[in-house]
Write a protein that binds this ligand. Structure first.
Ligand SMILES: [Zn+2]
Length: 315
């Protein structure tokens, strides 16, 4: 599990506050498309169930379904939700004039409960969202991620740290593709970049990089390598592209290029443009989103001619 449901506090017993897990259940269902018909709140008479609506579009037109929702937060004890925790399901569904029952559980439904629900199959519809289903749904959409961030701030932060996605830094964030098969090498975190020089090499002079190519490892690289060899270019060096998606190696590699220039090594203009583009494309992977203040700074710097080293793109 990536999200720790214990981050949601235990049900409030007599504190007068709303139960956070019920609020989560409401927001969760709203995020995945249900309409909230009645909010969870606690009156003097005890509990009031959450009721949600679902609009189904079928060939016969639109139908409106009403669901009774039960939220059970057992994450702190770790116990599954049993038949005894959900008494009188059918009566509660009928009393609220609902068509079905939804269970939202921060643990798992016990076998006894699953069997009980199966026994009601021909009378009402039912659905259960356990912690695994909830987590999967939350992490696969943007709105779900937002909700996860709100209710699971610590585990969500840890999750994004371990599963970094590129920061949105440029208006047109481009990528690097294999020049043989077209595969997106950054998205797939694979492949190499290869520096090409003319053959035979004159070792008395600093190197001159004639060209650069990007490629998958293996077959695509073999094809590209022999294509360039036919043109009299040989592969003088290569690096793994995924290494450039890690902060320190990216910085080291940029330094290596600067050092090579200081040592008098030269690059064909197109080759250097490709190297620069590669660094620009890799940078979002080791960076983070800009704050609004930083965005203004970047806009100001972009208006200064040549500030970005003549990158020559709309970056
Ligand atoms: Zn390829």
């Amino acid at each position: 599990m990536l999200l720790d449901f214990k981050e949601i506090p235990k049900a409030n017993e007599g504190s007068g506050l709303q139960d956070t897990f019920e609020l989560f259940g409401r927001d969760f269902l709203e995020t995945i498309g249900y309409q909230i018909i009645s909010e969870p709140d606690r009156g003097a008479d005890g509990r009031k169930d959450l009721i949600v609506g679902e609009t189904r579009k079928g060939v016969g037109g639109t139908t409106q379904k009403k669901w009774l929702v039960s939220c059970k937060h057992h994450a702190h004890s770790g116990n599954s939700v049993t038949q005894d925790n959900e008494p009188d399901i059918l009566d509660r569904v009928k009393a609220h004039k609902c068509d079905g029952f939804i269970g939202i559980y921060s643990t798992l439904p016990a076998v006894s409960l699953s069997n009980k629900l199966k026994g009601l199959e021909d009378k009402i519809e039912f659905l259960t969202f356990d912690r695994e289903k909830i987590e999967k749904i939350l992490l696969e959409s943007v709105s779900g991620n937002k909700l996860a961030q709100r209710y699971f701030p610590l585990s969500y932060k840890n999750y994004t740290k371990e599963n970094p996605t590129p920061a949105k830094l440029f208006a047109d964030q481009s990528s690097i593709h294999c020049e043989n098969c077209g595969k997106d090498l950054l998205e797939n975190k694979e492949g190499i970049w290869v520096a090409l020089e003319t053959y035979p090499r004159d070792y008395t002079k600093p190197s001159h990089t004639k060209g650069i190519y990007f490629s998958c490892k293996g077959k695509c690289d073999d094809i590209l390598r022999s294509r360039y060899r036919n043109e009299g270019l040989y592969d003088a060096g290569w690096d793994d592209i995924p290494d450039l998606l890690v902060p320190t190696p990216l910085l080291f590699k940029m330094n290596t290029i600067i050092n090579s220039l200081m040592n008098g090594e030269t690059y064909e203009k197109d080759a250097m443009e490709k190297i620069k583009r590669m660094f620009i494309c890799c940078f979002p992977y080791i960076s983070r989103d800009l704050t609004s203040e930083e965005k203004e700074t970047v806009a100001r710097l972009m208006s200064i001619p040549n500030f970005l080293g003549g990158m020559g793109h709309n970056y």
